[in-house]
Design a protein around this ligand. Sequence first.
Ligand code: GDP
Length: 359
Amino acid sequence: HLNFNDPAFDETQEEFFELVNSTGAKIAGVIAGKRYRPDAKYFAGSGKVDEIGEFVEQHHASLVIFNHELSPSQERNLEQRLKCRVLGRTGLILDIFARRARSHEGKLQVELAQLQHLSTRLVRGWTHLERQKGGIGLRGPGETQLETDRRLLGGRIKSLKKRLDKVRSQREQGRRSRQRSGIPVISLVGYTNVGKSSLFNKMTAAGVYADDRLFATLDPTLRRMQLVDTEPLILADTVGFIRQLPHDLVESFSSTLEETRDANLLLHVVDAVAPDRDELMAQVDSVLEQIGAQGVPQLTIYNKIDKANDLQPRIERDQQGQIQRVWLSAQTGEGLELLRLALQERFPADMPYAQPVNP
Ligand code: GDP
């Protein structure tokens, strides 16, 4: 029984809860704990681990997820002591990414990241994957099980990388031909759940998968869009960002994010009524910086104005008179014409756009 209005529940915890929910796992309960100095062996203190253990037994839980990064040995020690599976934050996010990946490339990226994550935890045997298939004939002469496991895993990682390279170079070609065509690319960015897919659908009037769960948009989806009085445009629905995206994951998905770096304009979508709106915007900006997209012009979309009585559709211009902010609702459609106006002003019908932003 969770009460998000309880002051003990901060937004990070609320997000964690949503993340877990989006995996489809049935949550038996949440055990709170604040620890400023993590225990080297178990992350949590001994009393807390006992408490978790009792809870696991009582509810026959099969999985314990920590809202924190765990070291490989902590994860293993916990699994031994709790006698059930244990996931840290990266493991959880990878699981979610795996469910949300839509494109072939996205799926390969997730699998590679999962295997790389697994390989850091490979200390006493990667038993479950290959042994189930028989396992006979896998071990080379004189190899220990661990050495065999390492070799198998290394081989899978290598072959995945090769396949990814191929897919990427195909996408690279597609991107180059889009650039040659001179059609401006507009990329939607923003924190997860702010309404990017909804806006994408409204703008392109196409049925892209949008739902309330997180990461509906792990893969970039491109669509041509023709507005009255503008050039034809390409709208790209990219990734949903989340708080504290582990650094190595940003790496893994960097090629997906490259689309963003090469866009002519970013529509940075924010939830106008979210209490932590500005903090989330800053998080997105910092990811954009990490991938070298900080120089791409941005138009900020304050979405979901229908959720507050005092918000009206409107635009805000900078001192040069350029539209910088649009307040609208992707759901009701109010304010969409203002976004169209902003795009018409930036991409008027008779201007050539053959120059990519980052050649
Ligand atoms: P994304 O993760 O950023 O792509 O977000 P989605 O487009 O999937 O939207 C997340 C949730 O917010 C969905 O439940 C949408 O129905 C809802 N949503 C999107 N736009 C609006 C809006 O303008 N107003 C309201 N009230 N809800 C919206």
